[in-house]
Ligand binder design. Structure first.
Ligand code: ATP
Ligand code: MG
Length: 231
């Protein structure tokens, strides 16, 4: 089947969700996002921010309600359709053993070395990679264990962007992310969000100051929303 290219409108429609055998995390959650809009999610730990983006990435499916992309319930689309059009950086980024180059190419198997370098420059990861003795051929170890969480996030950031996705998710790591990585992500983010429908979860308001909307999430609900200046 030939599925259309994504324009990028997103709707959460009466979405309820609980993890297996767990409490209800989201109940009748509603959210409409225009193509190209950046939505920032803030709120205390355990509020449900990652759960919202994990549903959007289709790692889980709503127990009730639906998530629509360009008006189509994504449940009715092939699994790989969303993955081809979505780039994500997860809170606990997952790398596989292999080199930095191989891990980034995993985002787009057709990417050339030049494409990979271009993506790394866009997300400001090039410099840190080149500072390592073997550069792009550095082995990351089992699960990326030879790198810091921040470095893993930068590599998965490049991996997310190399295929130039229309939809983008960044769930910034909470723990053990150094201030240098946080600064890099903060600077890179504006280059990357342009034109993509995005969710960004960040720890500093300065990282998300240019978001079109900031949603304050509490107990699985939107408790406040507005721009950086309004909040
Ligand atoms: P943080 O700022 O710490 O990342 P968060 O806003 O991203 O928090 P979530 O990770 O979405 O919060 O968690 C929302 C609720 O769901 C919490 O009560 C959490 O314990 C629970 N939860 C999260 N992931 C799972 C899981 N895989 N299985 C069961 N419960 C989970
Ligand atoms: Mg989280």
């Amino acid at each position: 089947e030939n599925w259309p290219n994504i324009i990028g409108s997103v709707e959460f429609k009466n979405v309820s969700f609980s993890y297996k055998n767990g409490d209800t995390i989201l109940e009748n959650f509603n959210l409409q996002i225009n193509p190209g809009e950046t939505i920032a999610l803030v709120g205390e730990t355990g509020a449900g921010k990652s759960t919202i983006v994990n549903l959007f990435c289709r790692f889980y499916e709503p127990s009730r309600g639906e998530i629509l992309i360009d008006g189509i319930n994504y449940k009715n689309m092939p699994q790989n359709w969303i993955h081809e059009n979505l780039g994500y950086v997860l809170q606990s980024p997952h790398l596989f053993s292999g080199t930095i180059r191989e891990n980034i190419r995993y985002g787009d198997l057709n990417a050339t070395d030049e494409d990979i370098i271009k993506a790394c420059k866009l997300v400001d990861a090039h410099e840190f990679i080149m500072s390592m003795e073997k550069g792009y051929d550095t082995e990351v170890g089992e699960g990326g264990g030879l790198l810091s969480t921040g470095q893993k996030q930068l590599i998965s950031f490049a991996r997310a962007i190399v295929r130039n996705p229309r939809l983008f998710v960044l769930d910034e790591a909470t723990s053990s992310i150094d201030t240098e990585t946080e600064r890099i992500i903060q600077d890179a983010i504006q280059n990357v969000l342009n034109g993509r429908t995005s969710f960004v979860i960040a720890h500093r308001l300065s990282t998300i100051r240019n978001a079109n909307r900031i949603l304050v999430i509490g107990d699985g609900k939107i408790i406040e929303s507005g721009t950086h200046d309004e909040l």
